[in-house]
Design a protein around this ligand. Structure first.
Ligand code: C2O
Ligand code: CU
Ligand code: CU
Length: 464
């Protein structure tokens, strides 16, 4: 069978995903815990003219929301039909190291025509996501980022749900891709897209019953943009942050003080839909230059069911080990420019051709089998405090695989102690985080601005 016929055949299964009157729940319907994922070229019309050269899991739609359940086994067979190497990473999931999808560190890259079967049992419920970790820059920039929802043991009592995958694309007016990164951007805050999307659509509208309770899961899967978000004066509560339940009352973001959600980060809101049909809740992004953009809208439909946020039960806690701060050992990490420059090894997983960034003054040697060692070795079961210091004027969402951590303090602001896998470091910020090294393996540790990651701001921690 020719490559093209093959693509056409595999497209049949996703027909009908674009009906306008479907609710968000229908659109992102639950799938069984076994998934066959086929990485393939895709075409999609963001505006009037279709954009070719996307990479997704179907020929004409964004990567789907994958669902699993806490404590239940999942099997994800990832088949690569593209000529480039790849590897799939399950961001935020605390799973065995061999299933983490990091080339050379945990597995060999997946070549054209090859399949890698990922099998794991998610220990935590919440909002997570997936993306490649080999050819990361080009495959993510061309579309390959999707949301993964791990359901709680018990239904937390929402009427419905909307899942929002926020990301930019860099397109010309005729729909063709602009260069997906620039050296200038990589050496500074990253190269931003110019078409901002939610689930690959610009300002989609999702209908929910008037007066119902909606779980709104917002995921920033962009390669660069730090989203500044708020929901106007809607009746909402922040119920989870980076996957894990929030057990305190957090101040709600506003237009003047929006919430910073860096690449890789997630926030779950409980939303009480307005009581009159047609009223809306707008997920709004504040952009540079005082611009504002509605990323997605929830719209009330039908007669009110008059439910109230007060009726929601709190989400059950995930089984996270509490760090012992009395015995915790301190390790320091400095994130900044690299004095030497140089070119990372590009192996099979791609290089942007520059080293601009470093951790502890050493740029990552590149995603290849050689020239790397752990930044630190942690003893299994012990508690650690990691001091993360940003020595640059740019912001860095620093992400650690395989473990969850909690911020303790910052030199610039008061941070709520929320479990996370990604700490957003502001200009000149120093944040101390604490964790228990309870998952053995080599865990990637890098900035989630992918241009920074791929030009040096990467490494790994070893848990023995
Ligand atoms: Cu979201 Cu190393 O990844
Ligand atoms: Cu990750
Ligand atoms: Cu960075």
């Amino acid at each position: 069978m020719k490559r093209r016929d093959f693509l056409m055949a595999s497209g049949a299964a996703v027909a009908g995903l674009s009906g306008a009157s479907l609710t968000a729940r229908d659109l992102w319907a639950a799938e069984p815990a076994s998934h066959d994922l086929r990485i393939q070229p895709a075409t999609y019309a963001f505006r009037d003219t279709p954009t070719q050269g996307l990479i997704s899991l179907s020929p004409d739609a964004p990567p789907p929301v994958l669902r699993g359940k806490r404590g239940e086994a999942m099997r994800l067979a990832v088949h690569n039909t593209t000529p480039d190497y790849t590897a799939m990473h399950w961001h935020g999931l605390r799973i065995p190291n061999g299933m983490d999808g990091v080339p050379y560190l945990t597995q060999m890259p997946i070549g054209e025509g090859e399949t890698f079967v990922y099998e794991f049992t998610p220990p935590d419920a919440g909002t997570y996501w997936y993306h490649p970790h080999c050819m990361t820059m080009s495959q993510m920039a061309h579309g390959l980022t999707g949301v993964m929802v791990i359901d709680e043991d018990d239904d937390p009592g929402f009427d419905s749900e909307s899942v929002i995958n926020l990301r930019d694309f860099r397109l010309q007016d005729d729909g063709r891709f602009l260069p997906y990164y620039t050296a200038r951007g990589a050496a500074r805050g990253g190269t931003h897209g110019n078409v901002l999307t939610a689930n690959w659509q610009q300002g989609p509208i999702y209908d929910h019953g008037s007066g119902t309770l909606v779980r709104l899961r917002v995921v920033n899967t962009d390669t660069t943009r730090i989203y500044r978000l708020h929901l106007g004066d809607a009746l909402v509560r922040i119920i989870a942050w980076d996957g894990h339940p929030v057990d305190q009352d957090l101040p709600l973001p506003t237009k003047d003080v929006p919430m910073l959600v860096g690449p890789g980060q997630r926030v779950d809101f409980a939303v009480q839909m307005p009581e009159h049909e047609g009223q809306v809740v707008e997920l709004t992004a504040e952009l540079p230059g005082r611009r504002t953009q509605v990323m997605a809208t929830l719209r009330s439909l039908g007669a009110t069911s008059a439910r109230s946020l007060a009726a929601l039960r709190p989400l059950a806690k995930n089984p996270l080990a509490i760090p012992d701060l009395d015995t915790a050992e301190l390790h320091e990490f400095v994130f900044g420019w690299t004095p030497e420059g140089g070119v990372p090894n590009d192996g099979y997983c791609g290089s942007l051709g520059y080293s601009f960034w470093s951790i502890n003054r050493t740029p990552w040697a590149g995603d290849a089998a050689e020239g790397t060692g752990p930044l630190a070795t942690l003893e299994r079961g012990k508690s650690y405090v990691l001091r993360l210091r940003n020595e640059s004027p740019n912001l860095h969402p620093i992400h650690l695989h395989g473990l969850a951590f909690v911020p303790l303090r910052s030199n610039l602001r008061t941070l709520p102690q929320l479990w996370t896998d990604t700490a957003l470091l502001l200009k000149d910020e120093i944040i101390e985080i604490a964790l228990v090294a309870d998952n053995p393996g080599d865990w990637a540790f890098h900035c989630h601005v992918i241009e920074h990651q791929k030009t040096g701001l990467a490494g790994y921690l070893r848990v023995t």
